[in-house]
Write a protein that binds this ligand. Structure first.
Ligand code: FMN
Length: 206
């Protein structure tokens, strides 16, 4: 074997090692998402009359939350208010929500996340309400210690796009890129919603 052939073999071996390391890196990320990372998917969502979808039995954000939980092997927690006075009519709900925001209210939440400290990644989902998150989501955030955790926000909306992360940057948590999805897509086109969630999860390392 002359020196030129040995050189070419070495180059091929180095190339193969790089390829192996690259593929393996992706694999580790998936494994971490499914097994090593304990994932919580907390969400707030409303049924009743919603914009562009009529009277719904399952909230738009709830649908997205369930897709995420399934794909990340996460536990679901629905953020529900203790006294549910939210109107079922869309227009009345918008007025009610506006007042709640103006008062900077913290509606009480029912239930508690068991063993919250065990979770290292918390997806937080909500419908965009007046360009922000609904006030019960603020209550949820106030109730737990997010220091050193990873927060992954997601929202459904009808035109504003993803928003509502106000205040999350002060929690001492790492915040990953959020997802915004049209509510009517989640409600009416589940294959598309599934595809959007998969693409986003991949982008953020799951
Ligand atoms: C009180 C209220 C305020 C809303 N404000 C906005 C908004 O600012 N921007 C937007 O794009 N959609 C807004 N929407 C539409 C919702 O974000 C959208 O319909 C969402 O998918 C509802 O999710 P849900 O079924 O999980 O509650 C608002 C809806 C309500 C009820």
């Amino acid at each position: 074997m002359n020196i030129k052939v040995i050189f070419i073999i070495c180059l091929i071996l180095i190339g193969c090692s790089f390829l192996f390391l690259k593929q393996n890196k992706g694999g580790i990320s998936m494994a971490e998402a499914g097994t090593n990372h304990k994932v919580l998917v907390a969400y707030f969502s409303r049924t009743g009359e919603q914009y562009g979808v009529g009277n719904i039995k399952e909230g738009n954000t709830a649908i997205v939350a369930k897709i995420i939980a399934e794909k990340t092997n996460g536990d679901l927690f629905e953020i529900k208010v203790a006294q549910d006075n939210y109107p079922k009519s869309y227009n009345e709900l918008t007025e009610y929500a506006k007042k709640e925001m103006q008062q900077n209210a913290r509606p009480e939440i029912v239930g508690k996340v068991e063993n919250f400290s065990d979770y290292d990644t918390i997806f937080i989902g909500y419908p965009v309400w007046w360009g922000d998150k609904p006030m019960p989501v603020y209550t949820f955030i106030d109730n737990y210690d997010f220091n050193d955790k990873t927060i992954v926000p997601f929202a459904t909306h009808e035109g504003s796009g993803f928003c509502g992360t106000q205040g999350m940057d002060k929690l001492g948590a790492k915040i990953l890129k959020g997802l915004g999805m049209y509510g009517h897509v989640a409600q009416k086109d589940k294959p598309q919603a599934d595809k959007i969630v998969s693409g986003w999860l991949k982008e953020i390392g799951y």
